[in-house]
Ligand binder design. Structure first.
Ligand code: NAP
Length: 512
């Protein structure tokens, strides 16, 4: 039985209580318990602020980067063990697990490189010094990014235990702010093991990273004015976090990465069987099957000209039929179970609602194993464009997508996509520059990222579902309004930008 511990105040600590069941989603069997009663979260957060913050602020960017490089190496070296754990804990196929674990190592490595390039500085200037008046060149003002003196509270979703931990921690640590991370408790084994491995490798400066395995409890009640919260999860929980009394009272910065009904839009020029068509097919099938569709960036809505609907259904059906569903430990299977019983219930309720409102054009809800938390891939056609409210408003977080036929008019496509209320990513498939010039600028304000697929790059993309550390991740409106990663942009959440005005010579002396 697994009993993951919390890592608080430099100690591995087991809480008390009845324990929260940890379940293997492939079999439905209980594989362990997380005990979270009686843990000193208040003391741990204070510990992080005092010890972790001081340790990180004393390190240069290059030294923080070297730490992240070490973390990346540790994950890479333990890859097989972590992939096995992801299979047992989250029902990941080996390929699903790699997406998470390799993504974690790659993101840490990228931020390690950024740290190296920033070198021996400890804080960053934003722009040059500017004179305050025309008459004096001595009295100047300059902006500086300084690390906040609190802890970065990271609350993660169940679907990316490794990457979620790493992508948030990379930015905070490089910025010089200690991390207090709470993974989703039901899928916490991978995150817990990674932190354990970092600790065993002596790669966690005292208080720089603490791990809490448990339910949220009173965690946010302990926030202090210099803390910052980065949350990933459902829009509903995001609202609870954003409106928490301590957050409101103290003006604490909160980054929310939430639900997103991401869209793929096919232009009217796309011919069935063309390279651009197959690029769209590849991206859609990958997003429906990888991690059993439990990706925040997965394509949920396929906005396609009416005459492409039939070829799309045919080709998607053919490819989906090749993606065998079953025990993720068996290499023949490409689709594993959903992570939890609650997710399975929620996704099945979403599918029932979709089936009542729209036409199921591919997939048999019963064509999956009975044990565990499996849901069979399914495809719908939702007519009604902007009025197909269910498809725009409900994120069915599993191997499910809906095709929305449209006339081919660029503005109509934009209007349909915008009904999602803002998303993480939108992919556009077209070789028509004129149509794309109308559609893409209209889609951009609704998304954190837009991926334009066309024939000359048909074999070169990683797909819209892959988040790269050099580009921002997040989106407006329903997607939470947050922004992470994007290189140095991701560090800004953890910094205070302060304009320092005074004698140029004195400022240069204390800030260099
Ligand atoms: P969730 O239920 O909102 O939980 C997310 C995290 O919040 C978990 O760690 C959860 O802890 C914690 N939490 C729950 N209630 C809380 C509260 N009152 N105060 C503080 N923390 C609280 O979401 P989920 O079901 O794990 O994740 C699925 C959703 O996440 C999907 O809708 C998906 O779109 C979204 N998601 C978004 C992104 C993105 O980057 N935008 C990435 C991945 C997933 P417990 O585990 O203890 O309940």
């Amino acid at each position: 039985m697994y009993t993951p511990k919390s890592f608080l105040k430099g100690q591995w600590t087991q809480g008390s209580g009845d324990g929260i069941d940890l379940v293997n989603p492939t079999t439905g069997e209980t594989i362990g318990h997380a005990f979270d009663g009686g843990l000193d979260l208040l003391g741990a957060m204070a510990w992080g602020r005092e010890h972790g913050g001081r340790a990180l602020r004393q390190m240069t960017f290059a030294e923080r980067g070297a730490l992240l490089k070490g973390w990346s190496r540790v994950i890479h070296n333990a890859r097989d063990e972590l992939l096995d754990l992801a299979c047992v804990d989250s029902g990941n196929t080996r390929s699903d697990g790699k997406f998470d674990v390799d993504g974690a190592a790659g993101t840490l490595s990228y931020y390690a490189y950024l740290g190296k390039t920033l070198g021996d500085e400890r804080i960053l200037a934003d722009g040059e010094a500017e004179p305050l008046t025309r008459s004096s060149a001595r009295m100047v003002g300059r902006h500086w990014y300084v690390p906040r003196r609190g802890v970065a509270v990271h609350i993660n979703a169940f679907n990316f235990p490794a990457w979620g931990l790493a992508e948030k921690a990379a930015s905070a640590i490089l910025a010089g702010v200690p991390v207090f991370v709470k993974p989703a408790v039901e899928a916490s084994l991978v995150a817990a093991r990674i932190v354990e491995l970092w600790h065993e490798a002596d790669l966690i400066p005292d208080g720089a990273l603490q791990l809490y395995i448990g339910e949220p409890r009173d965690l946010l009640d302990h926030l202090q004015a210099q803390d910052v919260v980065a949350f990933t999860g459902s829009g509903e929980t995001g609202r609870v976090v954003r409106t928490h009394p301590r957050v409101l009272e103290l003006g604490i910065p909160v980054n929310v990465e939430a639900d997103s009904v991401n869209a793929a839009v096919l232009g009217p020029d796309v011919q069935a069987g063309s390279d651009t068509f197959f690029m769209a097919i590849g991206d859609i099938v990958r997003d429906m099957t990888q991690k059993a569709g439990q990706k925040c960036t997965a394509i949920r809505r396929i906005v396609a000209p009416e005459d492409l609907v039939e070829p799309l259904v045919e080709m998607l059906g053919e490819r989906l039929a090749d993606a065998a569903i079953g025990d993720p430990a068996d290499k023949v299977h490409r689709v594993g179970p959903l992570a939890t019983a609650a997710q399975q219930r929620d996704i099945n309720a979403g599918i029932t609602a979709l089936a009542a409102a729209h036409e199921r054009v591919w997939g048999d809800p019963d064509a999956c194993p009975n044990a565990g938390f499996f849901v069979a891939p399914q495809l719908f056609v939702a007519r009604g464009g902007v009025d197909a409210a269910l498809v725009h408003e409900r994120e069915v977080f599993g191997p499910v997508a809906s095709i929305l036929p449209y006339s081919g008019d660029a503005q109509e496509a934009v209007d349909i996509v915008a009904k999602g209320g803002g998303g993480l990513v939108c992919s556009v498939y077209s070789d028509d520059r004129g149509w794309s010039a109308d559609a893409i600028p209209g889609l951009m304000p609704w998304h954190g990222r837009v991926v334009w697929g066309s024939k000359k790059v048909a074999n070169q993309g990683v797909g819209p579902g892959t988040v790269l550390p050099s580009f921002v991740h997040g989106g407006p409106g329903a997607a939470g309004g947050g922004e992470e990663l994007g290189g140095l942009r991701g560090l800004r959440l953890y910094w205070q930008r302060t304009a320092l005005q005074g004698d140029r010579g004195l400022i240069d002396k204390i800030m260099s």
